[in-house]
Ligand binder design. Structure first.
Ligand SMILES: Nc1nc2c([nH]c(=O)n2[C@H]2C[C@H](O)[C@@H](COP(=O)(O)OP(=O)(O)OP(=O)(O)O)O2)c(=O)[nH]1
Length: 133
């Protein structure tokens, strides 16, 4: 069974939002793009909007689906589905995470990422470089 998980690359003023998982979550203390598991009967986009509202109190619009990553962990296999997202409003209130940073793209590789996020960071950096050339 593969668990579908969506995650949001929320951009604002040239930075992207990254969140750190708490001590009590699976993949504890690692950095990720916020999001969560798709519920039965829910679309990926509805899931992401709901999760970002619940976890961060932010309103977003997913605008571009990037390449999903299948990752096996000890207890489960996930398909992590990333979306580039537009920030629409709200002030961050953390309900689950330990912390968050707004990060310049060139600094993204300095974080200790959940394994599934590493290819997503790479794809995001390639996209940004294409936009610049
Ligand atoms: N939200 C999110 N989860 C990620 C990312 N990368 C990554 O490996 N994951 C993993 C961590 C978790 O094992 C799973 C997401 O589930 P979740 O965030 O809803 O975790 P949860 O605390 O509800 O987990 P669980 O106890 O119900 O198993 O995907 C990411 O960028 N964003």
């Amino acid at each position: 069974m593969i668990t579908k998980v969506t995650c949001a690359l929320i951009e604002q003023y040239g930075r992207v939002l990254v969140t750190q998982r708490s001590e009590t979550m699976p993949q504890a203390m690692l950095w990720e793009f916020p999001g969560g598991k798709v519920e039965d009967g829910e679309t990926e986009i509805a899931c992401l909007i709901r999760e970002i509202q619940e976890e961060l109190n932010l309103r977003i619009t997913p605008v571009q689906r990037l390449t999903p990553v299948v990752q096996k962990y000890d207890d489960k296999t996930i398909e992590l589905i990333p979306f580039l997202c537009q920030y629409n409003g709200g002030t961050i209130k953390l309900t689950e995470h330990r912390s968050y940073h707004w990060v310049m793209p060139q600094d993204l590789t300095n974080y200790d990422w959940c394994p599934a996020d590493i290819p997503i960071v790479q794809e995001f950096l390639e996209l940004i470089n294409e936009q610049r050339t």
